[in-house]
Design a protein around this ligand. Structure first.
Ligand code: SF4
Length: 415
């Protein structure tokens, strides 16, 4: 979602005749698009602001947008007096106000609903993946999560608006559509659900791949699961965070599903699409997490064989219930658990990558690798595959035979 927001802000400034620069000292406006999901991310924003205010030219406008802006509000001006604007994740479309009136500090952290989607110009799709937000906010109240505070209650965009944006993306070069939302499979507009949006996107001949993120387990309804069986453009890859394998921890996290019901959903998905791969987010060291609780997380990760997962040490966030729970887990134990889980997930990933060797997969071009000489393709399971072809002549979609694999990436050649 933050990548999308960043692209949208850049498009808005481009429409006003501005161009991007990689030189801080050249910039007329510097915007930090921020994430507050972990304490470390918030701290990084303020240390970056400290560096930037010394390096920028005196006349440059400096501001933060996104969830840290919403979290800190007017306090940001007190911490960094050089700031010109502080705009929350639902008010960054107000940015032109600071360009028109640079001498007045601008603060807006309102939860304005869908206004930003209506007020900003449509983006052209470049490169081939179009991120299309379909809902914002979240009605689940996981006890560790600041998102309901920073992004507000769930609100779904009108079906017709999403379809219009999807068509526009296809017309301007998109090959892959990624529907976005904090609780993307909770999308509900009148009688329309996410499965209807997938069906509509799949009718567009230029769209070859469809995916969505991030999903909440209990919103994985049968109509959506069925899409994996009947819609070949829907990629066989799903991020469905379990967070913990311990029923006790899940209860304290206020994640109201049992392990059995979660496994049941995974089994249904695997019946619908036998090659589907599941990814998860995990939090280790949640308050009160015992060794046994952690072992249950290791067990479920091994059982489901998650790939491409995200792991985090629990970090207390303001405005959340877990921050004041007793039995906070010491940092060294969190670190140790994170290390163990990462090591196991990385081995599962390596095994999966190796199992792909010899297969031919339809992949999407992502651009040049670091050397600029090879091309990175993205498989249907979101692995990176490096192909020895000049990025300037690489086709956007290609059948690639996987020739080699390690835990981080694949190597391949045109089939
Ligand atoms: S479902 Fe996700 S976004 Fe919503 S409160 Fe839980 S962790 Fe946060």
């Amino acid at each position: 979602m933050n990548v999308y927001d960043g692209m949208r802000i850049a498009a808005m400034l481009r429409a006003r005749g501005m161009t991007e620069t990689s030189e801080l000292s050249d910039a007329d406006i510097i915007i930090l698009n921020t994430c507050s999901v972990r304490e470390k991310a918030t701290d990084k924003v303020f240390s970056a602001l400290g560096r930037i205010r010394l390096a920028k030219k005196p006349s440059a406008l400096l501001g933060i947008v996104g969830c840290v802006a919403r979290e800190v509000g007017s306090g940001a001006f007190r911490r960094v007096p050089e700031l010109n604007f502080v705009l929350g994740p639902q008010s960054y479309h107000k940015l032109p106000q600071i360009l028109d009136n640079p001498d007045s500090p601008l603060l807006n952290i309102d939860l304005g609903g869908l206004e930003k989607f209506d007020e900003m110009p449509q983006m052209d799709s470049s490169p081939a993946v179009a991120y299309i937000p379909i809902q914002e906010g979240c009605n689940h109240v996981c006890t560790y999560c600041i998102v309901p505070f920073t992004r507000g209650r769930e609100i779904s965009r009108p079906y017709a608006d999403v379809v219009r944006d999807t068509k526009h993306a296809a017309q301007t070069g998109a090959i892959e559509i990624c529907f976005l939302g904090q609780n993307v499979n909770g999308y509900k507009y009148e009688n329309y659900r996410l499965s209807d949006l997938i069906r509509a996107a799949a009718t567009l001949p230029k769209i070859k791949r469809i995916r969505f993120t991030s999903s909440y387990p209990t919103e994985m309804t049968d109509d959506l699961i069925e899409m994996f069986a009947i819609e070949p453009k829907l990629l066989p890859f799903l991020n469905m965070p379990i967070q913990s394998g311990s029923p006790d921890v899940l209860k304290r996290m206020n994640r109201p599903y049992s392990l059995d019901s979660y496994i049941d959903i995974v089994n249904k998905l695997r019946v619908a699409r036998p090659d589907i791969q599941i990814s998860s987010d995990f939090i280790v060291g949640f308050p009160g997490e015992s060794d046994d609780d952690f072992q249950q997380t290791m067990d479920i990760a091994q059982r489901i064989k998650y790939i491409n997962s995200f792991t985090f040490k629990y970090s207390p966030r303001p405005h959340t219930a877990a921050a004041i729970m007793p039995d906070q887990v010491p940092e060294n134990i969190k670190k140790e658990r994170l290390y163990k889980l990462d090591a196991m997930l990385s081995e599962i990933q390596r095994e999966f990558n190796v199992s792909c060797v010899g297969k031919t997969l339809e992949c999407l071009c992502e651009g040049a690798d670091k050397t600029g000489k090879h091309t990175i393709y993205r498989t249907p399971y979101m692995q990176q595959c490096i192909v020895n072809i000049d990025p300037n002549t690489a086709p956007q979609m290609a059948k690639i035979k996987i020739t080699n694999a390690n835990k981080a990436s694949l190597r391949g050649e045109f089939a």
